[in-house]
Design a protein around this ligand. Structure first.
Ligand SMILES: Nc1ncnc2c1ncn2[C@@H]1O[C@H](COP(=O)(O)OP(=O)(O)O)[C@@H](O)[C@H]1O
Ligand SMILES: Nc1ccn([C@H]2C[C@H](O)[C@@H](COP(=O)(O)OP(=O)(O)O)O2)c(=O)n1
Length: 264
């Protein structure tokens, strides 16, 4: 399963339309934070409430990297590429254009990818580790930046990732930084893996998952290119003791206050 993990809902609602009308240009809601802080599931719910499109930038990165690997090594096409190493020439930008065009075509189809298929074939933890490494390569980042901005120029979006509020959309009208303690995030991730039927293949206990997440946090915050950090103008939410419904409500209210309630 390669591209099924992109989930973009290109639809509008009265809230979405009113918001665009108020600003004249599409609106970006940026949601950043560490792994398993709740970004993608919360961002999807927020987007659905607002009638905005949802863009999972981690999934976009994974799909981009997979397509690039396929392009670099066509013999892998039939079986699907194991994400066991970086694509052959990540620094050569020439193959990026057709890949971006293909991704953009897929991504514009409403609801054509669903997060339900996320990670079929690869465990969540191993996929994200590789994506993390490869997404830090400057040429990969700049190609993805073009795609993210292009998609966001077409509709109001909620986009989640690591550097959306800091690098991708530094002028986003609403920025949220979701966080939670490593223990809480590890419990959430393990529950998610069990729910996704990966329980048998995931032998990790809580401590190991905490260590895995801490290692990812370190890699994401210490990397040179667009490290994970809370933007100065972001609203920081520690969700350790919040239900997901509370988090969604808080963000929707924030958008309403900052964007939808603005006088025209
Ligand atoms: N506030 C919350 N309380 C409890 N569980 C949550 C909360 N937010 C998200 N979750 C759950 O935690 C898991 C990880 O969330 P996810 O959105 O995939 O995180 P991220 O995109 O940051 O890695 C999912 O199973 C999700 O349903
Ligand atoms: N905007 C983004 C999104 C993800 N990444 C990298 C860093 C992350 O560790 C990996 C995986 O991201 P993904 O959102 O799929 O993973 P989580 O659900 O947050 O665990 O990709 C990034 O560098 N920039």
């Amino acid at each position: 399963m390669i591209l099924c993990c992109i989930n973009i809902r290109a639809r509008s609602s009265s809230a979405g339309t009113a918001a665009t009308a108020a600003f004249g240009t599409p609106i970006q809601v940026a949601i950043d934070g560490p792994a398993a802080s709740g970004k993608s599931s919360t961002a999807q719910l927020v987007a659905a409430r607002l009638g905005f499109s949802y863009i999972d930038s981690g999934a976009l990165s994974a799909a981009f990297i997979t397509l690039k690997a396929l392009n670099s090594n066509p013999t892998r096409r039939k079986t699907g590429p194991p994400l066991s190493g970086p694509p052959t020439s990540p620094s050569r930008p020439s193959t990026s254009r057709p890949i971006l065009a293909r991704l953009a075509r897929f991504a514009r189809r409403p609801n054509c990818f669903s997060t339900q298929g996320r990670d079929a074939g690869h465990s969540l933890t191993s996929r994200t580790r590789h994506v993390s490494e490869i997404a830090a390569i400057p040429a990969v980042r700049s190609a993805l930046l073009v795609l993210k901005r292009r998609l966001a120029s077409e509709a109001n979006v909620v986009m989640d990732g690591r550097d959306i509020g800091t690098s991708v959309f530094p002028d986003a009208k609403v920025k949220v930084y979701l966080d939670a303690s490593p223990e809480v995030r590890a419990r959430r991730r393990l529950a998610e893996l069990m729910g996704a039927g990966q329980g048998n293949s995931v032998q990790m206990g809580l401590e190991e998952m905490v260590a895995e997440l801490r290692a990812r946090d370190l890699a994401d915050t210490q990397r040179k290119e667009s490290p994970l950090r809370c933007a100065e103008d972001a609203v920081r939410l520690d969700t350790s003791a919040m239900t997901q419904a509370e988090v969604v409500e808080r963000i929707v209210r924030l958008v309403e206050e900052k964007v939808l309630a603005r006088p025209q």
